[in-house]
Design a protein around this ligand. Structure first.
Ligand code: ATP
Length: 403
């Protein structure tokens, strides 16, 4: 559908892009990612014919882009630019109708009934039909964004170029728009080429991603190939954490903020353990990353600021909670200091809680769980996730001696 071959160029006296090559197939949702100033918009402007290249070529449906008249091109490619705050005194209906321009063959055929039908359909699909007769400047940023999308759709393009399409949209409209675009790529063979700043949205919806860095292609591939911690850190120069989406087989990237200096350094130990006649409680002064089994509240993986074992009547505390019919017995504590971390263990007839002062990997959590599971079924492994990364092998040997 679209081939970009060895493309270089930019603005007069200011080259931006160097040797970019890629192809986009019909019905593909193709994402362009990259830091600010990496050349994403410049590339999109070249594909839309707004900027000419210095070297290389762009083929649309196997014909060089430069051989299309602007009207011919508008029947194939529609562009949704970054929405600016400048709007003209047009109504929503008039704005969307402009999308039909490329399909009109003469002045007297303007607004034929077929065109009108398509305009109404585009307005319905984007949910802007409810304010069809309002002026653009009477709408919110997100509503305006949807009007321009309707205009692009009314153009009935084969290729839709989008520059940060979800920029002004709230969460529900982001999802609705992207679900809709994805479905049109499948059902109508629409090809979508879109710039994204949100790596996670790109990861969820794109078939492939081109990652630009300083005007050059850094990587081209499937989202799971491109969205790797090390690649993103190298290109964006910021720390991110990669993890699997909990519901779909897609990778997600989280920012890793520098919040640790706001948290005072603590060592988990006996002074945070409280016992009375109806409960044993560990009240942590900071949130702990936890993995728990057997709990009525907080089982699985999470972040909690405490653990409670209770019997008798007691209101829920929001901490990881274990319930017992009878009082737990033989509550023992152990503080173990290794070269890398200190571990605080609370053990009773009913549970084992392992609290780590250090950073524990997912594997470390699972292995600690496995050691504790040899002698208990109600278990919490908790970690401050601050300080040194704990060596899982050493940890297992240490825990095996104490549990
Ligand atoms: N009209 C222009 N004339 C000269 N240089 C320009 C022009 N527009 C953009 N540039 C420069 O081209 C470079 C790439 O800009 P571009 O808008 O393509 O980046 P981008 O990746 O889309 O960035 P952002 O994520 O900030 O939108 C930037 O250094 C920018 O200053």
């Amino acid at each position: 559908m679209l081939h970009v071959k060895n493309l270089s160029g930019g603005y007069p006296g200011h080259d931006i892009l160097t040797d970019i090559s890629f192809s986009v197939s019909s019905g593909e949702l193709f994402g362009i990612l990259g830091p600010n100033g990496s050349g994403k918009t410049t590339l999109l402007k070249m594909i839309s014919g707004l900027l000419t290249s210095k070297q290389g070529e762009i083929l649309v449906q196997d014909k060089p882009l430069s051989t299309f008249s602007s009207k011919e091109l508008a029947r194939i490619i529609a562009v949704l630019p970054q929405v600016s705050s400048e709007v003209f005194a047009y109504t929503v209906r008039e704005t969307v109708s402009l999308g039909r321009y490329a399909h009109q063959t003469g002045w007297f055929q303007a607004n034929k009934s077929e065109d009108e039908q398509i305009v109404v359909e585009a307005m319905k699909m984007t949910g802007v039909d409810q304010f069809a007769d309002k002026l653009l400047h009477e709408l919110s940023g997100g509503e305006r964004q949807r009007v321009f999308l309707a205009q692009a759709l009314a153009q009935e393009p084969k290729i839709l170029l989008l520059d940060e399409p979800t920029n002004h949209l709230d969460l529900a409209y982001q999802k609705e728009l992207l679900d809709q675009l994805k479905s049109w790529t499948r059902t109508r063979d629409l090809t979508v080429i879109s710039i994204f700043h949100d790596l996670n949205i790109a990861g969820l919806y794109c078939d492939r991603i081109l990652l630009l860095h300083n005007g050059q292609p850094h990587m081209l591939g499937k989202p799971e190939e491109v969205l790797q911690e090390s690649i993103i850190q190298q290109v964006y120069h910021t720390k991110v954490v990669q993890l699997p989406h909990p519901e779909v087989a897609k990778t997600q990237m989280l920012l890793a903020p520098n919040l640790q200096e706001d948290i005072h350094k603590v060592t988990l130990g006996q002074e945070f353990l409280y016992t009375d006649e109806t409960s044993v409680e560990f009240r942590s002064p900071i949130p702990l990353k936890t993995m728990a089994i057997g709990a009525v509240h907080g089982a699985g993986i999470g972040w909690y600021d405490g653990i409670t074992a209770q019997w008798g009547e007691k209101s829920s505390s929001g901490r990881i909670t274990f319930l017992y019919n009878n009082p737990v017995e033989k509550v023992e504590m152990n503080s173990i200091r290794t070269d890398e971390c200190t571990i605080f263990i609370v053990k009773s007839s009913g549970f084992i809680w392992i609290m780590m002062n250090g950073e524990l990997s997912d594997e470390g959590f699972l292995q600690s769980m496995a050691v504790a599971a040899r002698s208990a079924s109600n278990i919490v492994v908790a970690s401050t996730q601050m300080g040194k990364l704990v060596d899982s092998q050493l940890l297992i040997e240490t825990l095996t001696n104490f549990i």
